[in-house]
Design a binder for this molecule. Structure first.
Ligand SMILES: O=C(CO)[C@H](O)[C@H](O)COP(=O)(O)O
Length: 321
């Protein structure tokens, strides 16, 4: 399905209005950088691919910091908490502070806090340690997650899998050890516990786990449970409005002053466009130029560039006299 998006607030790029997306010229990049005071960067495909920093990223971040731009790093990958991502940034030699990081694992915990999730209820986690760490920081009780990685079900006659009636929400994030026990527990909690919420950190179809091929993303984990409960989840990661509103409040950002830079049309660019941000797509991640320019694609960033470090060209430009 092709999702069409409304226009962003970019000065002169195309925005799903019939015109083809435009590769950013040096002038386009300069006016975008001049216009905004903050950049929201997607991580996978923009900053890194798997565990390798994309060429020129450290220098580009340094240049934007020297220009006094606020930088926020936002990822839909829930396998790590914000603290976990700080460790990743540091190990990759990137100079980023804890306060600049926002992950979908955190968004799930922040969402539950925002709705006053009852203190006598707990969360069943299909996902990894990132979600658990963020729930712990909010004091929200949880079960499941990595502890259920090796659980097996043996389907003997008369066997019914017990589940905890105090589970008031199931949070589903990317889980490299998803199994039938977790899917059945999640579906029992959602179907049989009155009022139990079904929350997805994100619905990304594919992701880069290795640089050799694309791998099934959290859309596959959510899809397995959605298929059983026949209910749509509440999505808290990109492109959800909840995440943008929470970021804008937490970081004190004005939407018309933000440029969203991402590699994925249906999460990053849609997130920016629906939220009224300027948008830049990079081709260093999951989106090819052919897919971007395909007539059936209705999600058009204001501009696109090969990779983030294309922005460095504005540094080298001679100053007009
Ligand atoms: O979690 C995922 C797997 O479903 C995401 O696809 C992925 O890793 C997204 O990361 P980012 O938002 O940094 O591109």
């Amino acid at each position: 399905m092709v999702v069409s998006a409304s226009a962003g607030n970019g000065a002169s790029g195309s925005a799903g209005n019939g015109t083809l997306p435009r590769r950013a010229s040096e002038e386009n990049m300069r006016s975008m950088v001049d216009k905004v005071s903050a950049f929201i960067f997607d991580c996978d495909g923009v900053i890194w691919r798997g565990d390798s920093v994309i060429d020129g990223v450290p220098e580009t971040l340094d240049m934007l910091r020297a220009m006094d731009k606020r930088l926020v790093f936002v990822t839909n990958n829930s396998t790590k908490s914000r603290a976990g991502y700080l460790g990743k940034f540091t190990s990759l030699g990137l100079n980023v502070s804890a306060e600049e990081i926002y992950s979908s694992s955190y968004a799930a915990a922040a969402y539950l806090e925002s709705i006053d999730f009852p203190t006598d209820k707990k969360v069943y986690v299909v996902g990894e340690v990132g979600i658990q760490e963020e729930l712990d920081l909010k004091g929200i009780a949880h079960i499941g997650g990595p502890a259920d990685a090796d659980k097996k079900i043996s389907l003997k006659p008369g066997f019914a899998l017990p589940h905890d009636p105090d589970v008031g929400a199931v949070v589903v994030g990317f889980d490299r050890n998803i199994n039938y026990f977790k899917i059945q527990t999640a579906q029992l909690c959602i179907s049989e516990n009155p009022g139990c919420l079904f929350i997805a950190t994100n619905l990304d179809a594919k992701t880069h786990l290795t640089d050799a091929q694309e791998w099934a993303g959290n859309g596959a984990m959510v899809g397995a449970i959605k298929g059983a409960v026949k209910r749509d989840p509440i999505v808290v990661g990109k492109p959800a409005e909840f995440m943008l509103a929470n970021i804008a409040t937490q970081f004190g950002l004005h939407r018309n002053q933000i440029c969203m830079v991402g590699d994925r049309l249906d999460t990053d660019i849609l997130f920016g466009q629906q939220g009224g941000l300027s948008t830049m797509l990079v081709l260093s991640g999951v989106t090819t130029e052919a897919a971007l320019l395909h007539p059936e694609n209705g999600i058009h960033p204001d501009f696109y560039m090969s990779q983030l470090s294309d922005l460095l060209s504005i540094k080298a430009a001679p100053v007009a006299v």
